[in-house]
Design a protein around this ligand. Structure first.
Ligand code: P6P
Length: 283
């Protein structure tokens, strides 16, 4: 597994360089979700693919930017599902963006996730890695080295509220719940980039990140394999919770298609339990 994490460190440096030097314009291609790709999306995906080609324990790659499964090594052990540059459109307004990696052993479903990692490309390059043992580990790049900052834990109750999705398309119960958190003094922290938004809540002790099912996107927007399940491991290992709108743990999801999405809620214990009550989910 360490080989995979070391490869992700190499990827981080290369994608960060691409963000800072490459053309931020649109390519004339679309990803498998029909979204127009930035040249940076294509370049970042290429960087990830080339890096893992050299890693013998990697069996296959599944990219948010492409259809299908890319077989790397039939004797490999792990399938890596990744979003090479999440929130890439934020790069051209100089906001932080990120890469997300889910490392699966066996079929592509939540219970087979054995580790996850994400990179934040911001004022500094930061890396978070999680396995099923212990707390997530937070690293910060200094030049080409990644220094361990420490373990990450969520408080039982936080102060930050990151409400995703178009508000006019929220259900009334979701809107009432979000408004109630603000009425209790929670502070709005939402950039539109899942990686920096979830990273901030993890590092600032907790709160809630929500991307619900909406009238325009009943199954939510965020992808199960590449985005949601990897972050669910991070939040649970940090002492928090990660569920869907039925109260099911995101780590128990079994996507029918690699690009399936899901409503998703990540946060400290208090906020998730409050959300379950608001959604009428049995405790
Ligand atoms: P909305 C970025 O496009 C992304 O996939 C996630 O990084 C982010 O959390 C979400 O979409 C933002 O979506 O609908 O709130 O703008």
């Amino acid at each position: 597994m360490q080989t995979i994490f070391n490869t992700i460190k190499t990827i981080a440096l290369k994608i960060d360089h691409a963000i800072k030097t490459e053309d931020l314009g649109y390519s004339n291609t679309e990803n498998s979700s029909g979204e127009e790709q930035l040249k940076l999306d294509v370049k970042s995906d290429y960087i990830v693919e080339q890096a893992f080609m050299e890693v013998s324990i990697v069996k296959a790659l599944v990219s948010e930017e492409k259809e299908g499964i890319l077989e790397i090594n039939k004797n490999g052990k792990y399938t890596i599902c990744y979003d090479p540059l999440d929130g890439s459109s934020l790069a051209d307004v100089n906001l932080s963006v990120g890469s997300i990696f889910g490392i699966y052993e066996g079929g592509l479903k939540g219970e087979n996730l054995v580790a996850s990692a994400y990179i934040v490309y911001g004022p500094r390059i930061e890396l978070m890695v999680a396995t099923k043992k212990g707390k997530p580990l937070h690293y910060r790049a200094q030049g080409e080295e990644f220094n361990l900052i420490g373990e990450v834990s969520l408080d039982q109750k936080g102060k930050l509220n990151a409400p995703g999705g178009t508000q006019q398309n929220w259900s009334s119960s979701h809107k009432n719940f979000i408004d109630d958190l603000f009425a209790k003094g929670y502070r709005l922290r939402y950039s539109g980039g899942m990686v920096p938004d979830l990273h901030q809540i993890l590092l600032k002790g907790g709160g809630l990140f929500s991307y619900p099912g909406t009238s325009d996107k009943p199954e939510g927007k965020l992808r199960q394999l590449f985005e949601v399940i990897p972050f669910a491991l991070m939040y649970e290992q940090a002492g928090g919770k990660a569920i869907n709108s039925n109260g099911v743990r995101l780590l128990e999801l079994i996507p029918e298609h690699p690009h399936d999405t899901t409503p998703c809620f990540f946060g400290s214990d208090y906020e998730i339990e409050a959300l379950k009550k608001a959604y009428g989910v049995k405790a």
